[in-house]
Design a protein around this ligand. Structure first.
Ligand code: ZN
Length: 506
């Protein structure tokens, strides 16, 4: 029927234009984080607020609502699985967006942008007090936002924030995975501390100039299959990946000349996000949900898989070390792959989440999940965050936080107004290990190919089983179809225990 075909065309046209506006917004945000002079902050806040307002207008317009309804009445479209999944997601976006008043969206963008500037200053000066009033203001707005989503489920207010990043997830469901996992991780960490012999970290102390690190990072990215003709790598305070548009995926990293592996693994991590972004069918389905990632947890699984399951394997260093030695002008000469493999797999509690090892990392995530859930519930005020943070770091990691920059000011998320986000990092680790086990069942062990620097089979498997679905499948469905089982902590614990115990001689 020609009328309904044109309704879908019109819907697609509307979505494509909104997506393009989103790309402009992404580019302007990327610039704010990487290139913008500090004095541009106020003007940038206005620019972002205007864009957010325009996007919100388009995402909530009556015209869009009418187009969605027209498509939903078309039996031909709804009986097609793929079109029906796209429509389901478009409907979800519309329903979520129409629950937020325009003034709240604009206000969140404005306050978020100012608060990021304040966070930067506070972090530099190690003074939470500079950030606290902004956090208070954000909490009021974010709670209002959650209340607008109020009937999206029967769970607590926090669940409505969580659902934005990890559709279908609930705080009770996450708690059910996190609680036993915390005990198993604590057991492994205690075992390592009491009976383990720590590996020699000397290879990581070799000083490598930032420019050489950058070159090596690009070399590794290219080998993994991140397309540098359709992407770039820049420097910023807090590393991230911005999938700006089809053919334009931007990664950032930061360099510490005294610890080259920070940037290497940061780059591989963001590279994993970037490979997912590049694997999404963005050019073909521009504007449609299938061109977007299914959830942040699944996104994180892609970054952690390349960073940890590939990058922290023995096979990776068999391949990568000779190249690192060449690019670093011989600075790593005298070390073998086994030395690097052991050194990058220490299991030692530390302050900074993004620099934490694989075993303790999840504990960093759990304490953030607990703190932000308490803030949204109203059980914890902004002023009490540093104290609560430091208590949990003492309890879970056995460390004394001495300044807020290595404590509650280390992450950018809350300054953006992102609450409900952190748990997706841990879900990502769990998905990564489960997907990896399934991919090895399908294709055989990856170690021999990784040793040769061949990553195409793994990338192809991920593309077929994860990337190509976009948002047509939820993360939980992607996991079940690709691995044959619902999400479980067992594969990650098998991976961690199987690696850490032999390295520590347990
Ligand atoms: Zn990530």
């Amino acid at each position: 029927m020609t009328t309904t075909i044109s309704a879908f065309d019109e819907l697609r046209d509307h979505l494509t234009k909104t997506a393009t506006l989103g790309e402009v917004n992404g580019l302007v945000s990327w610039d704010q984080e990487t290139k913008m002079p500090q004095a541009g902050g106020d003007a940038r806040a206005e620019q972002l607020a205007l864009l957010a307002g325009l996007m919100h207008e388009r995402r909530t317009s009556d015209e869009l609502g009418a187009l969605i309804s027209a498509c939903e009445e078309d039996g031909e479209l709804t009986s097609d699985d793929e079109a029906a999944a796209d429509l389901r997601e478009v409907r979800r976006d519309y329903d979520l967006a129409t629950k937020l008043p325009a003034d709240l969206v604009t206000e969140l963008a404005r306050v978020g942008s100012q608060s990021q500037q304040a966070w930067k200053e506070a972090r530099t000066r190690k003074d939470f007090g500079l950030f606290r009033p902004h956090l208070e203001e954000l909490l009021v707005l974010v709670r209002r936002k959650a209340e607008c989503y109020g009937d999206a489920g029967d769970g607590e207010l926090y669940d409505h924030l969580l659902d934005e990043y990890e559709p279908g997830a609930t705080s009770a469901g996450i708690e059910a995975i996190f609680d036993p996992l915390r005990q198993r991780l604590a057991g492994l960490i205690a075992e390592v501390a009491e009976r383990g012999t720590p590996p020699d970290e000397a290879p990581l102390d070799v000083v490598i100039p930032a420019a050489r690190q950058h070159e090596f990072g690009l070399f590794v990215l290219e080998a993994l299959g991140f397309d540098l003709d359709a992407g770039r790598l820049d420097t910023t305070t807090h590393p991230f990946c911005q999938g700006v548009a089809a053919g334009d995926t931007r990664l950032t990293t930061r360099y510490d000349e005294d610890r080259f592996t920070d940037a290497l693994y940061g780059t591989m991590h963001e590279g994993g996000h970037g490979i997912y972004e590049q694997g999404l069918p963005k050019a073909r389905f521009h504007g449609l949900p299938v061109s977007e990632a299914t959830s942040l947890g699944m996104h994180e699984s892609q970054s952690r898989l390349w960073e940890n399951l590939v990058g922290r394997s023995r096979a990776f260093w068999v391949w990568a070390l000779p190249h690192a030695q060449r690019i670093f002008n011989g600075a790593l000469d005298g070390y073998g792959p086994e030395d690097l493999y052991r050194a990058v797999n220490t299991a030692k509690p530390s302050f900074i989440r993004v620099e934490a090892d694989e075993s303790t990392y999840n504990l960093h995530v759990m304490l953030r999940f607990e703190i932000e859930r308490a803030m949204i519930r109203g059980d914890l005020s902004a002023a009490d965050v540093p104290g609560a943070w430091n208590d949990k770091v003492r309890e879970y990691l056995g460390l004394e936080v001495t300044d807020d920059a290595q404590g509650c000011l280390q992450d950018v998320h809350w300054s953006f107004g992102l609450f409900g986000y952190f748990s997706t990092y841990c879900l990502g680790n769990l998905y990564a290990s489960q997907l990896w086990e399934a991919a090895e069942r399908d294709l055989g062990e990856f170690a021999p190919t990784v040793e040769r620097g061949e990553f195409a089979d793994l990338r192809g498997w991920l593309n077929e089983h994860v990337h190509a679905h976009g948002r047509r499948l939820r993360a939980a469905e992607i996991c079940e179809r690709a691995t044959g089982a619902p999400l479980s902590a067992d594969p990650m614990m098998r991976h961690l225990e199987g690696k850490i115990r032999p390295i520590y001689g347990i």
